[in-house]
Every structure is written in structure tokens, then in C-alpha cells.
Design a protein around this ligand. Structure first.
Ligand SMILES: [Zn+2]
Length: 418
């Protein structure tokens, strides 16, 4: 399977932030890209096969825009290039918005540069101070909708099997991807769209401005990757995901039930518990087969992970009933455990490596320990060792500072007094 995640490393938001902070667009984009992939790692999510940056494919984007102009689906206007939505009869099919309805209630300000209020930007002329690339229409940058089409085609070929994204992107973003790809290449762009629901808090959308948001990194610090995975997978991806502490605690408890069964079963089997009992296992085996089928059907049904997670819980219930009932439970439990681990493979709920102490807390603990050791070395007049400890931490980018309130540590951010 080829899985591509685009990185939009140039857009209006990045440019605004760069103008405000003086940090370059490249630096800001690089920092957030790194933070994002770090979160994926901590969620124990498989990384994409490729994660191309939009700025690595500007030439391809210019070529697509040229092609759209050639086929009459786009027009240049004063350094910008717009897509002509009127050129696509099916425009609006994905979102169920008809062009005529849009016109009637057009909130979008018609501009003198555009033929139609919904015509969208394919190429944007650069304003002073903005990142820019050369093009037949002057220096500028591609529009976001264009980036996705070019990157998808560069890595996935003519047709995309599954295209995922938040349901807030259906209109206009995904609608505009389809319009461009189909106008340029005359064939369907995407076979299946997977749109995930929005994250909410008590039914309200999570927004920085609403003050009801949490940082993913804090949630991962507190609960660990596998519990957060459980929380997500026990809900259907198309539905809104209502974030709550109770929800995460419930996920942790439900996951623990699976882990406890696995650990108990392993320990008992290691200790030679239960006989071979192949005859006794027959009834359980039938139940396991049915559970396995249910699991496969669930995932075949638009990734119904809610049901798949329920199957794992039912499997544990069935195995526990069997164990309580049969004197010779060894073979049956071994099969149940094997199936549990196998079905968990794609879900990653039992993955205990993900439970390692969150890096933030571990780092705090280790540094407190080292600061304490250095203090004890100094008290014992082992000044050389104490200094060596400080210098070696400095070489790792951690600066110790002795203050009136004791020693504190700081991350070395380049300039500091020694
Ligand atoms: Zn996109």
C-alpha cells in the first residue's frame, strides 16, 4: 500500500505568522512538520510511505495550471490564475452544493478579477516579502487545492483509491481537487472519500479561541499512545469525536481488561496451567471463528473500528467463560490469546511499548536526579566530578544554573552566558 501525506509548507497562515514573528516560512513549516510526525510516532501510528512537501513540486503545479488553461478550465487574471467552475458541469457533486444555489446566496464576494464568485485561485501572485517561484504569469505560489492534486498524481498515479481528510475540507477543498483533476485529465480522481468527523468538547467544536482546547502532546503525556488509540478506535471515524477525560479514562479501563487477560493467560500457560484439552477447546474454537469473521466484516464495512474493538472485548469474555467452565482449558486459551494478538495487530491496542513513561515526565525525573547527584558530589567535595557532570549535560544541550532557590535546568537555545 502506498500512503501519502502532503505537507503544505507554504500558505497564507504560514506567511502571516512569518510576517508577525520574523521567523522564516520554512522554519515555521519545518517545526510544525516535525511536531506533527512526532505525535504520529507517539500515537504509534504507522508513518506514511512518503510525505512530500508542496514546495518540492512547484514545477508540477505550474504545469497543471498551464494544462488547465489549455483545456479552457482556467484563466489568468492580473498575475493570478483562477479555475473556471462553470467549465465543470458536475461541480459540487461531492458536497451536494449546486452551483446555482451558490450563486443565489453567494456570500463570497465577487471580484472584478474573477468571472464567477466561486472561481478559485490556482496560482497567486506574490506580494512584497512573500515566498515566490517563477511562472508564466509572473512570480507567485500555487493555491492549496492545486498542491494536493499534483502531489497525489506524482506518487499515486492517475487514480487515488482512498482519499482521506476532515469533513470540514469537503467544501471547497476536496470539491476543488476533484474539479481540477477531472478537468485536466478527463477521468475520475478518487474512488472513495474518507471524511473524519471533527473533534468536539461537550458537543462544541474544539477551538483555541473558545478556550476549550487541549494539546495533543499533553493528552499523550497523560494517557500514552495506546490509550489514545483505543479512545479513537472505539468511535467511528466519520462521527464527531467528543473529547473528555471520562472518555479517555474509560478507554484506559477497557484496554486494561484486554491487557490483563493477555498477561494472565500468558502467565498461566507458561506455568503449564490447563491440559491440552483439544476436545474441550472445540466449543471455544467455533466461537473464535465467528468472532474473527465479525471482525473482518466490521473492518470491511467502512472501517467500523467500533465493532472491531467490541470483538476484542467479546473475545476476552468468551475466553474467560471458557476458562471458568473447563478443567482442561490450555489449548483453548492459547488459541484465544493468539487470535487476540492477531486481531489487535492493525489496531495496536495491546502495544505496551507505547506505555513507556512519557518523555516529558521521564526527562523531568532524570534531570532532577542528576541535579541532586551533582549537589551531593559538591557536598562531598568531589568538585571535579560535579563539574564533569555539568559539562557533559551542557554538551547534550542542557544548561544547569545555580540560583538562590537551588539549581535549575534550561535547554540550551544557542546564546547563553556560561
Ligand atoms: Zn488536499
Amino acid at each position: 500500500m502506498l500512503h501519502i501525506q502532503n505537507v503544505t509548507d507554504v500558505d497564507d497562515k504560514l506567511i502571516d505568522r512569518s510576517l508577525q514573528t520574523g521567523e522564516s516560512v520554512e522554519e515555521i513549516a519545518g517545526r510544525f512538520t516535525e511536531a506533527y510526525f512526532d505525535l504520529l510516532r507517539r500515537l504509534r501510528a504507522e508513518p506514511p510511505t512518503h510525505s512530500p512537501r508542496a514546495t518540492e513540486h512547484i514545477e508540477g503545479m505550474v504545469a497543471l495550471v498551464e494544462r488547465l488553461i489549455d483545456v479552457g478550465a482556467a484563466y489568468a487574471s492580473d498575475g493570478d490564475v483562477y479555475f473556471r467552475v462553470r467549465s465543470v458541469p458536475a461541480y459540487g457533486a461531492l458536497s451536494g452544493r449546486r452551483l446555482d444555489d451558490q450563486e443565489a446566496g453567494a456570500r463570497v464576494e465577487a471580484s472584478e478579477k474573477k468571472e464567477h464568485a466561486l472561481d478559485f485561485t490556482l496560482w497567486k501572485a506574490a506580494k512584497p516579502g512573500e515566498p515566490r517561484w517563477p511562472s508564466p504569469w509572473g512570480e507567485g505560489r500555487p493555491g492549496w487545492h492545486t498542491e494536493c492534486v499534483v502531489l497525489a498524481r506524482a506518487y499515486l498515479g492517475e487514480e487515488v483509491d482512498l482519499h482521506a481528510g476532515g469533513n470540514d475540507l469537503i467544501f471547497p477543498h476536496h470539491e476543488n481537487e476533484i474539479a481540477q483533476a477531472e478537468a485536466a485529465y478527463g477521468r475520475p480522481f478518487v474512488r472513495f472519500w474518507l471524511h473524519n468527523g471533527m473533534l468536539t468538547v461537550r458537543g462544541e467544536e474544539m477551538h483555541k479561541s473558545a478556550g476549550n482546547f487541549s494539546y495533543a502532546v499533553d493528552v499523550l503525556d497523560r494517557f500514552g499512545g495506546p490509550v489514545v488509540r483505543y479512545f479513537y478506535l472505539a468511535r467511528h471515524y466519520r462521527k464527531p469525536l467528543d473529547y473528555s477525560e471520562e472518555g479517555l479514562n474509560e478507554a484506559a479501563a477497557a484496554r486494561k481488561r484486554l491487557l490483563t487477560f493477555a498477561a494472565d493467560a500468558e502467565a498461566a500457560l507458561r506455568a503449564g496451567g490447563g491440559g491440552g484439552g483439544d476436545d474441550a477447546a472445540g466449543g471455544l474454537r467455533l466461537e473464535l471463528e465467528r468472532l474473527h469473521e465479525r471482525y473482518v466484516e466490521a473492518l470491511d464495512d467502512d472501517f467500523n473500528t467500533v465493532e472491531a474493538v467490541a470483538v476484542l472485548q467479546d473475545l476476552v469474555s468468551a475466553a474467560n467463560r471458557f476458562r471458568a467452565r473447563e478443567a482442561e482449558w490450555g489449548a483453548g486459551i492459547r488459541e484465544a490469546l493468539t487470535l487476540l494478538r492477531r486481531l489487535d495487530g492493525p489496531l495496536g491496542l495491546l502495544d505496551e511499548e507505547g506505555d513507556e513513561a512519557p518523555s516529558g515526565a521521564l526527562e523531568e525525573g532524570l534531570l532532577a536526579l542528576l541535579i541532586d547527584l551533582r549537589l551531593k558530589l559538591r557536598e562531598a567535595a568531589a568538585y571535579e566530578l560535579a563539574d564533569e557532570l555539568r559539562d557533559r549535560l551542557a554538551a547534550l544541550g542542557i544548561v544547569l544554573k545555580d540560583t538562590a532557590d537551588g539549581t535549575i535546568w534550561l535547554r540550551d537555545v544557542g546564546e547563553h552566558e556560561s
